[in-house]
Design a protein around this ligand. Structure first.
Ligand code: PEP
Ligand code: MG
Length: 398
């Protein structure tokens, strides 16, 4: 296809902030895309948007649109032409002037405008037979919610069926509400940034509530329903220690050094049969990740890797799963590279939403088209179910 016109506009994100949507008109069709941005942003991520978002909107509408006109794009690899062109306008390492979100939105819109086929088919090399399984956030803390220090209490059902797993996540979410009503005197039904419940329980009591709900639903479905955590260790790390404010009953404030953190997380995994722990340590502690990776549990790097192929190469054998957030690196070509490196090294790539999402459902297509076994995209909330509902539609076609 040939690009005819490119437009950018300001839209809203789910956190009461701004996002940018890019629309591409080609000789095949017109398509638009946007991508989420984070709140607990890792040290090694590129900038999501320039400080003045009007500057990039004007640049896209007045300059990119003219200069990209007639550019020919036929396949995924042709995005190199787009990245070379856009990066020529911003030589900073962290994409200060353009913003990673803008380049990714542009690339997604261009890919969609290539064909009348759905995005996952444009990305797929062969006929897709498998759906990703949803890793659902059912209770929030940390920078997303307050309450517990852990940022996310997650659910993963041990089934290969996407629709069953998504339904189980929803049922656990509903069961957690019932438990919170009984156990948290301050609970009034509030929810955090990614839709997970807010609560005033400490870290371990909250974990107990989620576990209980997961076990109950698991028994009903006769499927193992396992619990995971996004510790978001970088948010707790003060440069010397991990600072907890809601550690446990009778001992809410606690500071742990690196060895104590390792011991605490190891014990938490074992005593709660956790299936998944994301960012248990801060963004530079590769050694502790390596040590924890001996546990029978997915040890996942999010801020540790920041969807950066160079950082993933440094983490081989130190993690068993990696979070893939396209805007962390601001390049779809590098996102694909990260997924390839992960698969070649038996690391599970997990396509992920951000806390500040839009209704765009492209990440559902990335997960299917690039055959990622897991997608992390919340359980409730319009911007979260936009992805889940698209996956339900896609699963009918597969
Ligand atoms: C995360 O840390 O995994 C996450 C989704 O949160 P945020 O988008 O705020 O980084
Ligand atoms: Mg994370």
């Amino acid at each position: 296809m040939k690009i005819k016109e490119v437009r950018a506009r300001r839209i809203f994100n789910s956190n009461g902030g701004d996002a940018i949507e890019v629309e591409v008109e080609s000789d095949v069709r017109t398509a638009k895309a946007s991508i989420g941005a984070g709140t607990s942003v890792g040290k090694y991520e590129v900038n999501a948007y320039p400080e003045n978002i009007n500057s990039i909107i004007n640049l896209v509408n007045n300059v990119f649109s003219k200069e990209l006109r007639n550019l020919q794009i036929e396949k995924f690899g042709d995005l190199k032409k787009v990245e070379d062109y856009v990066n020529g306008h911003d030589t900073s390492e962290n994409m200060n002037k353009i913003g990673g979100n803008v380049l990714v939105a542009l690339e997604l819109a261009i890919l969609k405008a290539c064909s009348n086929e759905p995005l996952y088919k444009i990305l797929a090399k062969k006929k897709i037979k498998k759906m990703p399984i949803p890793l659902g956030n059912c209770l929030g803390g940390g920078k997303h919610s307050g309450g517990p220090d852990f940022q996310e209490y997650l659910i993963l059902a041990e089934t290969k069926k996407f629709d069953v797993a998504a339904e189980i996540n929803r049922e656990v979410f509903n069961a957690v509400k019932g438990e919170l009503k009984k156990r948290d005197r301050n609970f009034i039904g509030g929810r955090g940034m990614e839709g997970g419940w807010n609560c005033s329980l400490n870290n371990l009591d909250a974990l107990n509530v989620v576990r209980k709900a997961a076990d109950k639903v698991g028994r009903e479905y006769k499927i193992d329903v396992r619990v995971g955590l996004d510790v978001a260790g970088g948010s707790l790390w003060n440069g010397r220690k991990y600072e907890y404010k809601n550690f446990s009953r009778g001992n809410p404030k606690k500071n742990l050094n690196s060895e104590e953190q390792l011991e605490f997380i190891r014990k938490t995994i074992r005593s709660n049969n956790l299936i998944y722990v994301e960012d248990p340590f801060h963004d530079n502690d590769f050694d502790s990740f390596k040590e924890l990776n001996k546990e029978a549990c997915y040890i996942c790097g999010d801020d540790l890797i920041a969807t950066n192929p160079i950082r993933l190469n440094e983490a081989l054998k130190k993690i068993s799963a990696v979070i893939v957030k396209p805007n962390q690196i601001g390049s779809l070509l590098k996102v694909k590279e990260v997924i390839n490196i992960a698969k070649d090294n038996k690391i599970v790539p997990i396509i992920s939403h951000r806390s500040g999402e839009t209704e765009d459902n492209s990440i559902a297509h990335l997960a299917v088209g690039w055959e990622c076994p897991i997608i992390k995209t919340g359980i409730v909330g319009g911007e979260r179910i936009a992805k889940l509902n698209e996956l339900l539609r896609i699963s009918e076609e597969i």
